[in-house]
Design a protein around this ligand. Structure first.
Ligand code: FDA
Length: 391
């Protein structure tokens, strides 16, 4: 058995941040990952440009059974700390929208930053290493690939279940259970909705169309774009509300988030009574969308023919439009996993398990899940930092 101070399982965003922080403190750190290369999700993130943080990230951007848990770590390592690190490596970046910061070039810049910092801090990283057993005998003992390591601290940074093709596994949850820690049920988040065949047929002609909406499901309300696809509904508005959606519930989309549709139609009935609904709606969203919506739901009357009651009927199909998804695309395409290691089991200061000294959980494996837009990486950096400062 070889001895190190800290073993980190998972060379993703949280694991590498933890490792480099501990290494900078002079700790001997070994990072183990079963994948063939480090930071695969970073590489594929943000469409290949990694939305590495969000300037406006606050605890309100996170879902967790305990919404207070994330506050300490997030306040001690802020988006500005990570931005300073990015700038110190000369990585060019830009704000796309809503505080979302992306690399100008490739996500690889962020992976290289983490690898360079790890190398400077003397961190050892081993890929292609499948863990066969973890035990505790006065120290944590990790066996993998016919070898063994002992360490005082074990950090679990193995991520969630989303995108199994990329090496996602339930390893962290199983390890938590092995040590008697509670794991909350998991489900796919930031994921497209699927529709039953009839609804899919109804909306088939809209595939590819994107509309600015106010989307709502449960406690989640987001002003973003809805994208109709061949499989169902997607786009940032859908991904955001999917994290708040419960199976069987409807999702609401206000198709006219900028205006009171009823008042607008009544005003136009006075000002332009001869105009038909289709060309009118085409002024508000695309012609294809207006045509399909009128053909399917609204008809194409001239405004003068609309009674107040008829106007309310039109409004009820648009403001909001309600639809019940048949499900989600699941972990295959989800950006994140909701649920995970119960935060009641962990110290919010250090991420250490309260009942198992020396055992830490960071990043997505913990029951803290961010909104779309760079918040999930911010949690990975902040929780990784919090553990890295004490392991
Ligand atoms: P992460 O999944 O990054 O790393 C876990 C590591 O553990 C992996 O390297 C894995 O191989 C390893 N591992 C797993 N099981 C193991 C085992 N049994 N043994 C050894 N190693 C094991 N977020 C954001 O803020 N901005 C964005 O732009 C995006 N974009 C995005 C796109 C796509 C397609 C996805 C799927 C996700 C995003 N995300 C995102 C979410 C973000 O990628 C995610 O929240 C973080 O990567 C989580 O970081 P972790 O380090 O916790 O896990």
């Amino acid at each position: 058995m070889q001895h190190v101070d800290v073993i980190v399982i998972g060379a993703g965003a949280a694991g590498l941040m933890c490792a480099l922080t501990a290494g900078q403190r002079g700790r001997r750190v070994l990072v183990l990952d079963h994948a063939n290369k480090v930071g695969k999700k970073i590489l594929m993130s943000g469409g290949g440009r990694c939305n590495f943080t969000n300037m406006y990230s606050t605890p309100a951007n996170f879902l967790s059974r305990n919404p207070h848990f994330c506050k300490s770590a997030l306040s001690r390592y802020t988006p500005w700390d990570f931005i300073a690190l990015v700038e110190s490596h000369g990585i060019p970046y830009h704000e796309k929208k809503l505080g979302q910061l992306f690399c100008d070039n490739k996500s690889r810049d962020i992976v290289q930053l983490l690898l360079d910092e790890c190398a400077a801090a003397g961190v050892e990283i081993r890929t292609h290493t499948s863990i066969s057993a973890v035990e505790y005998r006065d120290r944590f003992e990790v066996s993998a690939a016919g070898q063994g390591w002992r360490a005082e601290s074990l950090v679990v940074a193995s991520g969630g279940l989303s995108i199994p093709k990329m090496g996602a596994s339930g390893f962290g949850y199983e390890l938590a259970r092995q040590f008697g820690l509670k794991v909350l049920p998991t489900r796919a988040g930031l994921v497209p909705f699927t529709l039953d065949e009839r609804k899919l047929r109804d909306l088939a002609n809209l595939a590819g169309i994107s509309v600015d909406v106010q989307a709502s499901a449960g406690e989640g309300h987001f002003r973003e774009n809805l994208l109709f696809t061949h499989r169902g509904l997607s786009g940032p508005a859908v991904l955001q509300v999917s994290s708040y959606w419960q199976p069987g519930e409807p999702v609401s989309f206000d198709l006219f988030p900028e205006r009171d549709l009823s008042a607008w139609l009544k005003q136009l009935r006075r000002e332009r009574p001869r105009i038909q609904l289709k060309p009118l709606l085409a002024e508000a969203f695309s012609r294809r969308m207006a045509e399909l919506w009128c053909d399917r739901y609204l008809g194409n009357p001239i405004l003068a023919d609309l009674s107040n009651q008829a106007i309310e009927g039109i409004v009820s199909q648009c403001q909001p439009w309600r639809i019940t998804p048949s499900g989600t695309e699941g972990y295959r395409t989800a950006e994140v996993t909701l649920g995970g290691v119960d935060t009641d089991e962990l110290s919010s200061q250090t991420m250490e398990a309260r009942r198992v000294k020396g055992l830490y959980f960071i990043g997505e494996v913990v029951d803290v899940t961010g909104h779309l837009g760079g918040h999930n990486f911010q949690w990975a950096w902040a929780s990784g930092r919090a553990a890295g400062e004490v392991v």
